[in-house]
Ligand binder design. Structure first.
Ligand code: ATP
Length: 328
């Protein structure tokens, strides 16, 4: 392979997600495979500005493929949003002889990388790591599959108590802008209703649907609510509203929160991370820059950063219909 890049940096930035460690491992080992030096950059762009780098070899990433979180730590950096901050980051990279980097993070991290690339003509590549799956240019982001499995397992447990006490549960899951998690776990865990940011079910239809499910002989119900659902009410307000209008139900609320971001990555996320790390490094080595690595139709794919950050990831509307049919 022809290339002039000799040292590649790798960082994790923004919110953490399961699979980030597997991606770090893959970047480090792909560098080792191609005889390129690899540097871990701690604490995202914050650590880049501070010059917080450590050389990593193939053995330094042993035993992390199954670990959640990120061994390199993650951070949000206000300073990197300024030209002066990015200049310091550039000087630090140059001082260490790092001539390209791979950033594992969300669209904010990619915007930062894109701006940096434009200012300093510095080779950059991105790997999407976020449980929300809200990035255009890939059908799966790292951590999303793990989060689905984590949430489905929890809902199964909540269902045990819901059915023992004839209760209705509103379960809030992550997803401020897109309903991928809510929609998929809703179908996967057999929820009666799924409330997502993309569709306004409306309070009347929600009550109607719950009444129908009660009339069909169901003694307990699960409603999955994405954080950013269109009805615009918090899960607690929904609980109050349903209790006022359906005294036959005892309603409980469960907000799953940060536990959705933790845990050991699923096999799918480990494999995806391994493939994305290889693609990111090998793309840099053949002179590509300013792209996000993604997966489409089970193939690795590159999307220019500007498209990845501007585009909107779309939910699969077919799942809404499947959910309606399943709750007949
Ligand atoms: P998550 O999806 O978890 O929010 P993210 O990558 O979108 O992840 P952000 O906090 O939006 O997280 O961005 C991470 C970091 O990227 C910011 O703290 C900042 O340092 C850098 N960044 C974001 N936007 C810009 C920008 N417009 N210019 C320069 N740097 C930016």
């Amino acid at each position: 392979m022809l290339h002039t890049i000799k040292k590649i940096g790798v960082l994790t930035s923004g919110g953490d997600a399961p699979g980030m460690n597997a991606a770090i491992r893959s970047v480090v080992r792909t560098c080792a495979f191609h005889d390129i030096k690899c540097y871990g950059i701690y604490r995202g762009y914050e650590g880049m500005i501070d010059g917080d780098f450590v050389e990593m070899d193939a053995r330094s990433v042993k035993g992390i493929i199954n670990k959640g979180g990120t061994i390199l730590k993650s951070a949000r950096s206000k300073e990197f949003r300024t030209k002066e901050g990015r200049q310091v980051a550039y000087d630090q990279l140059k001082k260490a002889g790092i001539d390209a980097f791979v950033v594992i993070g969300g669209d904010g991290s990619f915007t930062g990388a894109m701006v940096f690339n434009q200012e300093f003509d510095f080779p950059v590549m991105g790997i999407p790591g976020t449980i929300d799956n809200d990035i255009f240019g890939t059908t799966h982001t790292l951590g999303y599959d793990t989060a689905l499995n984590t949430v489905v397992e929890v809902i199964d447990k909540i269902r045990d108590t819901a059915s023992s006490h004839n209760r209705l549960f509103f379960i809030e899951v992550m997803g401020r802008d897109v309903g991928h998690i809510a929609l998929n776990v809703g179908v996967g865990a057999g929820a009666e209703e799924i409330l997502i940011p993309e569709e306004d079910l409306g309070l009347d239809r929600l009550l109607e649907s719950l009444r129908r499910s009660k009339a069909s002989g169901k003694s307990s119900s699960i409603v999955v609510v994405a954080e950013g659902d269109k009805i615009g009410k918090s899960v607690f307000e929904l609980k109050d509203y349903v209790e006022e209008n359906m005294s036959e139900y005892e309603v409980r609320v469960s907000v799953l929160g940060h536990m959705q971001r933790g845990g050991s990555p699923s096999c799918f996320d480990r494999v995806l991370a391994s493939r994305m790390g290889v693609k990111a490094v090998e793309s840099l080595l053949i002179g590509k820059s300013n792209y996000m690595v993604g997966i489409k139709n089970d193939m690795m794919d590159l999307t220019p950063f500007d498209q990845a950050v501007k585009g909107k990831s779309k939910i699969n509307m077919e799942l809404l219909r499947v959910s309606d049919i399943m709750t007949v």
